[in-house]
Design a protein around this ligand. Structure first.
Ligand code: PMP
Length: 321
Protein backbone atom coordinates (compact mmCIF):
# COMPACT_ATOMS: atom_id res chain seq x y z
CA UNK A 1 0.00 0.00 0.00
CA UNK A 2 1.34 3.40 -0.96
CA UNK A 3 1.45 6.32 1.51
CA UNK A 4 1.23 9.51 -0.61
CA UNK A 5 3.73 11.88 1.00
CA UNK A 6 5.20 15.30 0.23
CA UNK A 7 8.23 17.18 1.46
CA UNK A 8 6.71 20.53 2.39
CA UNK A 9 7.93 23.39 4.61
CA UNK A 10 10.92 21.27 5.69
CA UNK A 11 8.85 18.26 6.80
CA UNK A 12 7.58 15.04 5.35
CA UNK A 13 3.78 15.27 5.53
CA UNK A 14 0.84 13.36 4.08
CA UNK A 15 0.31 14.66 0.54
CA UNK A 16 -3.20 15.86 1.40
CA UNK A 17 -1.78 18.19 4.09
CA UNK A 18 0.66 19.95 1.72
CA UNK A 19 -1.36 23.07 0.86
CA UNK A 20 -0.40 26.65 -0.04
CA UNK A 21 -2.45 29.81 0.46
CA UNK A 22 -4.29 31.55 -2.36
CA UNK A 23 -2.08 34.66 -2.06
CA UNK A 24 1.16 32.75 -2.60
CA UNK A 25 3.38 34.77 -4.96
CA UNK A 26 4.14 31.76 -7.18
CA UNK A 27 0.42 31.18 -7.67
CA UNK A 28 -0.26 34.84 -8.41
CA UNK A 29 2.63 35.33 -10.85
CA UNK A 30 4.10 31.94 -11.84
CA UNK A 31 7.32 32.84 -9.98
CA UNK A 32 8.61 29.32 -9.45
CA UNK A 33 10.81 26.80 -11.17
CA UNK A 34 10.60 23.04 -11.09
CA UNK A 35 11.97 19.71 -12.20
CA UNK A 36 10.40 16.49 -13.37
CA UNK A 37 12.33 13.36 -12.41
CA UNK A 38 11.23 9.91 -13.48
CA UNK A 39 11.40 6.98 -11.13
CA UNK A 40 11.27 3.87 -13.29
CA UNK A 41 10.12 0.67 -11.63
CA UNK A 42 12.56 -2.24 -11.99
CA UNK A 43 10.52 -5.37 -11.37
CA UNK A 44 13.54 -7.71 -11.16
CA UNK A 45 15.24 -5.74 -8.40
CA UNK A 46 12.06 -4.46 -6.69
CA UNK A 47 13.28 -0.87 -6.80
CA UNK A 48 12.49 2.49 -8.32
CA UNK A 49 15.31 3.83 -10.50
CA UNK A 50 15.50 7.61 -10.22
CA UNK A 51 16.93 8.72 -13.53
CA UNK A 52 19.79 11.26 -13.52
CA UNK A 53 18.57 12.86 -10.30
CA UNK A 54 21.74 14.94 -9.60
CA UNK A 55 21.57 16.46 -13.09
CA UNK A 56 17.96 17.46 -12.47
CA UNK A 57 18.95 19.24 -9.27
CA UNK A 58 21.85 20.93 -11.05
CA UNK A 59 19.34 22.26 -13.58
CA UNK A 60 16.98 23.34 -10.79
CA UNK A 61 19.83 25.33 -9.27
CA UNK A 62 20.44 26.97 -12.66
CA UNK A 63 16.75 27.89 -12.94
CA UNK A 64 16.88 29.33 -9.40
CA UNK A 65 19.87 31.50 -10.30
CA UNK A 66 18.00 32.93 -13.27
CA UNK A 67 14.87 33.59 -11.16
CA UNK A 68 16.78 34.71 -8.07
CA UNK A 69 15.21 32.01 -5.94
CA UNK A 70 17.20 30.95 -2.90
CA UNK A 71 17.66 27.17 -2.64
CA UNK A 72 19.33 26.56 0.72
CA UNK A 73 20.10 22.86 0.19
CA UNK A 74 23.18 21.16 -1.22
CA UNK A 75 22.84 18.80 -4.16
CA UNK A 76 23.40 15.85 -1.81
CA UNK A 77 20.68 17.06 0.55
CA UNK A 78 18.22 17.43 -2.33
CA UNK A 79 19.01 13.91 -3.54
CA UNK A 80 18.72 12.47 -0.01
CA UNK A 81 15.34 14.16 0.56
CA UNK A 82 14.08 12.82 -2.76
CA UNK A 83 15.28 9.29 -2.03
CA UNK A 84 13.58 9.38 1.34
CA UNK A 85 10.34 10.79 -0.08
CA UNK A 86 10.17 8.11 -2.76
CA UNK A 87 10.91 5.36 -0.23
CA UNK A 88 8.29 6.65 2.23
CA UNK A 89 5.64 7.00 -0.47
CA UNK A 90 5.91 3.27 -1.04
CA UNK A 91 4.99 3.14 -4.71
CA UNK A 92 5.99 -0.04 -6.54
CA UNK A 93 5.39 1.32 -10.05
CA UNK A 94 6.66 4.06 -12.37
CA UNK A 95 6.58 7.45 -10.64
CA UNK A 96 7.19 11.09 -11.40
CA UNK A 97 8.93 13.34 -8.86
CA UNK A 98 8.17 17.07 -8.93
CA UNK A 99 10.51 19.35 -6.94
CA UNK A 100 9.47 23.02 -6.98
CA UNK A 101 11.42 26.05 -5.75
CA UNK A 102 8.98 28.91 -5.44
CA UNK A 103 8.28 32.42 -4.22
CA UNK A 104 6.30 31.45 -1.15
CA UNK A 105 5.45 34.82 0.46
CA UNK A 106 1.82 35.97 0.37
CA UNK A 107 2.46 39.38 -1.17
CA UNK A 108 1.17 41.37 -4.12
CA UNK A 109 3.44 42.77 -6.85
CA UNK A 110 5.43 40.98 -9.56
CA UNK A 111 9.13 41.02 -8.76
CA UNK A 112 11.93 38.62 -7.98
CA UNK A 113 13.67 40.48 -5.14
CA UNK A 114 12.56 40.68 -1.51
CA UNK A 115 10.05 37.83 -1.73
CA UNK A 116 10.58 34.80 0.51
CA UNK A 117 11.29 31.45 -1.17
CA UNK A 118 10.51 27.86 -0.24
CA UNK A 119 11.02 24.41 -1.68
CA UNK A 120 8.79 21.34 -1.89
CA UNK A 121 8.73 17.91 -3.52
CA UNK A 122 5.88 15.59 -4.31
CA UNK A 123 5.79 12.24 -6.05
CA UNK A 124 2.98 10.52 -7.95
CA UNK A 125 2.43 7.38 -10.02
CA UNK A 126 3.05 8.16 -13.68
CA UNK A 127 2.81 5.87 -16.68
CA UNK A 128 3.48 6.56 -20.37
CA UNK A 129 2.91 10.17 -21.49
CA UNK A 130 3.10 9.76 -25.27
CA UNK A 131 2.67 6.63 -27.39
CA UNK A 132 6.32 5.61 -27.71
CA UNK A 133 5.41 2.36 -29.52
CA UNK A 134 3.24 3.76 -32.30
CA UNK A 135 4.94 7.16 -32.56
CA UNK A 136 3.14 10.51 -32.59
CA UNK A 137 1.64 12.96 -35.08
CA UNK A 138 2.69 16.58 -34.65
CA UNK A 139 1.72 20.00 -35.95
CA UNK A 140 3.78 23.14 -36.14
CA UNK A 141 2.22 25.42 -33.58
CA UNK A 142 0.97 28.90 -34.39
CA UNK A 143 2.31 29.84 -30.94
CA UNK A 144 5.94 30.99 -30.90
CA UNK A 145 8.37 29.62 -28.33
CA UNK A 146 9.00 32.34 -25.76
CA UNK A 147 12.31 34.03 -26.47
CA UNK A 148 15.24 34.17 -24.06
CA UNK A 149 14.61 37.93 -23.90
CA UNK A 150 11.06 37.28 -22.61
CA UNK A 151 11.21 34.30 -20.28
CA UNK A 152 14.39 32.20 -20.68
CA UNK A 153 13.40 28.71 -21.84
CA UNK A 154 16.60 27.22 -20.37
CA UNK A 155 15.06 27.88 -16.96
CA UNK A 156 12.20 25.52 -16.16
CA UNK A 157 9.88 28.31 -15.05
CA UNK A 158 6.35 27.41 -13.96
CA UNK A 159 4.85 30.50 -15.63
CA UNK A 160 6.55 29.61 -18.92
CA UNK A 161 4.34 26.56 -19.22
CA UNK A 162 1.43 28.75 -20.33
CA UNK A 163 3.32 28.89 -23.64
CA UNK A 164 3.52 25.07 -23.71
CA UNK A 165 -0.11 24.62 -22.64
CA UNK A 166 -1.42 26.91 -25.40
CA UNK A 167 0.57 24.97 -28.00
CA UNK A 168 -0.39 21.54 -26.65
CA UNK A 169 -4.11 22.35 -26.56
CA UNK A 170 -4.03 23.79 -30.06
CA UNK A 171 -2.33 20.62 -31.33
CA UNK A 172 -4.68 18.22 -29.58
CA UNK A 173 -7.83 20.11 -30.52
CA UNK A 174 -6.67 19.95 -34.12
CA UNK A 175 -6.32 16.17 -33.89
CA UNK A 176 -2.55 15.93 -33.33
CA UNK A 177 -0.66 14.41 -30.42
CA UNK A 178 1.92 17.11 -29.83
CA UNK A 179 3.01 20.59 -30.92
CA UNK A 180 6.33 21.63 -32.42
CA UNK A 181 7.11 25.23 -31.56
CA UNK A 182 9.17 27.59 -33.70
CA UNK A 183 10.98 30.50 -32.12
CA UNK A 184 10.65 34.15 -33.16
CA UNK A 185 13.19 33.62 -35.95
CA UNK A 186 11.20 30.70 -37.33
CA UNK A 187 13.67 28.05 -36.20
CA UNK A 188 12.41 24.79 -34.76
CA UNK A 189 12.69 25.04 -30.99
CA UNK A 190 10.99 22.15 -29.16
CA UNK A 191 7.73 20.43 -28.25
CA UNK A 192 5.48 21.54 -25.40
CA UNK A 193 7.49 19.36 -23.01
CA UNK A 194 10.10 17.68 -25.21
CA UNK A 195 13.26 18.37 -27.17
CA UNK A 196 13.32 17.40 -30.82
CA UNK A 197 15.84 15.61 -33.07
CA UNK A 198 15.89 14.82 -36.78
CA UNK A 199 17.95 12.34 -38.80
CA UNK A 200 19.10 13.31 -42.30
CA UNK A 201 21.34 11.01 -44.34
CA UNK A 202 22.52 9.30 -41.18
CA UNK A 203 23.31 12.58 -39.35
CA UNK A 204 21.61 13.32 -36.04
CA UNK A 205 20.62 16.98 -35.73
CA UNK A 206 19.02 18.91 -32.87
CA UNK A 207 18.48 22.62 -32.13
CA UNK A 208 21.25 24.20 -30.06
CA UNK A 209 20.69 25.67 -26.57
CA UNK A 210 20.48 29.15 -28.12
CA UNK A 211 17.36 28.14 -30.08
CA UNK A 212 15.19 28.82 -27.01
CA UNK A 213 15.07 25.26 -25.72
CA UNK A 214 15.20 23.69 -22.31
CA UNK A 215 18.58 21.97 -22.06
CA UNK A 216 16.99 18.55 -21.69
CA UNK A 217 18.50 15.76 -19.66
CA UNK A 218 16.98 13.12 -21.94
CA UNK A 219 18.42 15.10 -24.87
CA UNK A 220 21.85 14.86 -23.24
CA UNK A 221 21.35 11.12 -22.57
CA UNK A 222 20.45 10.50 -26.21
CA UNK A 223 23.43 12.52 -27.45
CA UNK A 224 25.66 10.36 -25.21
CA UNK A 225 24.04 7.07 -26.28
CA UNK A 226 24.24 8.02 -29.97
CA UNK A 227 27.93 8.85 -29.66
CA UNK A 228 29.06 6.02 -27.39
CA UNK A 229 26.81 3.18 -28.58
CA UNK A 230 26.05 4.00 -32.22
CA UNK A 231 29.14 6.07 -33.10
CA UNK A 232 26.94 8.99 -34.23
CA UNK A 233 27.90 12.55 -33.22
CA UNK A 234 24.95 14.93 -32.82
CA UNK A 235 25.04 18.21 -34.73
CA UNK A 236 23.54 21.13 -32.80
CA UNK A 237 22.35 23.76 -35.27
CA UNK A 238 19.22 25.68 -36.31
CA UNK A 239 16.52 23.57 -38.00
CA UNK A 240 14.01 25.15 -40.40
CA UNK A 241 10.37 24.13 -40.40
CA UNK A 242 10.65 22.74 -43.94
CA UNK A 243 13.60 20.60 -42.89
CA UNK A 244 11.19 18.62 -40.71
CA UNK A 245 9.29 17.70 -43.89
CA UNK A 246 12.35 16.20 -45.60
CA UNK A 247 13.90 14.47 -42.58
CA UNK A 248 14.40 10.70 -42.75
CA UNK A 249 13.52 10.35 -39.08
CA UNK A 250 12.30 12.62 -36.31
CA UNK A 251 11.86 11.99 -32.60
CA UNK A 252 11.20 13.79 -29.35
CA UNK A 253 12.92 13.32 -26.01
CA UNK A 254 11.84 14.18 -22.49
CA UNK A 255 11.50 12.87 -18.97
CA UNK A 256 7.78 12.29 -19.55
CA UNK A 257 8.06 11.47 -23.27
CA UNK A 258 11.14 9.19 -23.10
CA UNK A 259 12.29 8.76 -26.73
CA UNK A 260 9.22 8.91 -28.97
CA UNK A 261 9.19 8.80 -32.77
CA UNK A 262 7.43 11.60 -34.64
CA UNK A 263 5.88 9.77 -37.58
CA UNK A 264 3.99 12.69 -39.12
CA UNK A 265 4.48 16.48 -39.18
CA UNK A 266 1.79 18.80 -40.59
CA UNK A 267 0.14 15.85 -42.39
CA UNK A 268 3.37 14.81 -44.10
CA UNK A 269 4.75 11.39 -43.16
CA UNK A 270 8.28 11.52 -41.73
CA UNK A 271 10.40 9.10 -43.78
CA UNK A 272 8.18 6.11 -44.48
CA UNK A 273 5.76 7.11 -41.69
CA UNK A 274 6.98 4.60 -39.09
CA UNK A 275 9.60 4.65 -36.32
CA UNK A 276 13.00 4.97 -38.03
CA UNK A 277 15.98 2.68 -37.46
CA UNK A 278 18.19 5.12 -35.54
CA UNK A 279 15.21 6.24 -33.44
CA UNK A 280 14.37 2.63 -32.62
CA UNK A 281 17.92 1.82 -31.53
CA UNK A 282 18.19 4.94 -29.38
CA UNK A 283 14.79 4.21 -27.86
CA UNK A 284 15.88 0.70 -26.91
CA UNK A 285 19.18 1.89 -25.42
CA UNK A 286 17.40 4.60 -23.46
CA UNK A 287 14.72 2.26 -22.09
CA UNK A 288 17.38 -0.17 -20.86
CA UNK A 289 19.46 2.57 -19.24
CA UNK A 290 16.55 4.29 -17.49
CA UNK A 291 15.43 1.09 -15.74
CA UNK A 292 18.96 0.35 -14.59
CA UNK A 293 19.30 -2.58 -17.00
CA UNK A 294 22.54 -1.50 -18.66
CA UNK A 295 25.45 -1.66 -16.22
CA UNK A 296 27.48 0.77 -18.32
CA UNK A 297 24.97 3.49 -17.43
CA UNK A 298 24.39 2.48 -13.81
CA UNK A 299 25.75 5.89 -12.78
CA UNK A 300 22.61 7.46 -14.34
CA UNK A 301 20.34 5.64 -11.94
CA UNK A 302 19.67 5.93 -8.19
CA UNK A 303 17.81 2.83 -6.96
CA UNK A 304 15.27 3.25 -4.15
CA UNK A 305 13.44 0.43 -2.36
CA UNK A 306 9.85 1.42 -1.54
CA UNK A 307 8.98 1.13 2.14
CA UNK A 308 6.21 -1.22 3.11
CA UNK A 309 3.80 -0.79 6.05
CA UNK A 310 6.07 -3.08 8.11
CA UNK A 311 9.05 -0.70 7.57
CA UNK A 312 7.24 2.33 8.99
CA UNK A 313 7.49 3.37 12.61
CA UNK A 314 4.10 3.08 14.34
CA UNK A 315 2.19 6.25 15.21
CA UNK A 316 3.96 8.98 13.21
CA UNK A 317 3.22 7.54 9.79
CA UNK A 318 4.86 9.55 7.05
CA UNK A 319 5.60 12.58 9.26
CA UNK A 320 9.04 13.71 10.32
CA UNK A 321 10.21 17.11 11.43
N1 PMP B 1 11.49 20.99 -23.20
C1 PMP B 1 10.51 21.31 -22.35
C2 PMP B 1 9.74 22.56 -22.57
C3 PMP B 1 10.21 20.46 -21.28
O1 PMP B 1 9.23 20.76 -20.43
C4 PMP B 1 10.94 19.25 -21.13
C5 PMP B 1 10.60 18.33 -19.99
N2 PMP B 1 11.31 18.60 -18.85
C6 PMP B 1 11.97 18.99 -22.04
C7 PMP B 1 12.22 19.87 -23.07
C8 PMP B 1 12.81 17.75 -21.90
O2 PMP B 1 13.69 17.90 -20.83
P1 PMP B 1 14.13 16.62 -19.97
O3 PMP B 1 14.65 15.62 -20.93
O4 PMP B 1 15.17 17.14 -19.05
O5 PMP B 1 12.92 16.14 -19.26
Amino acid sequence: MATPTAYFQRRFVPLEDAKIGIMTHAFLYGTACFEGIRGNWNEDDGCICLFRMPEHYQRLRMSCRILRIDLPYTEDELCDLTRELVARSGYAEDVYVRPIAYKSAEVIGPRMHDVQDDFLIFVMPFGPYLDADAGIRCMTSTWRRVDDLGIPARAKVNGLYVNSALAKTEAQENGFDEAIMLDERGHVSEGSGENIFIVRRGALITPSPSDNILEGITRDSVITLARDELGIETIERPIDRSELYVADECFMTGTAAHVTAVVEVDRRPVGDGATGEITRRLQQLYFEAMRGKNGKYAHWVTPVKPQTAADRPAGRQGVRA
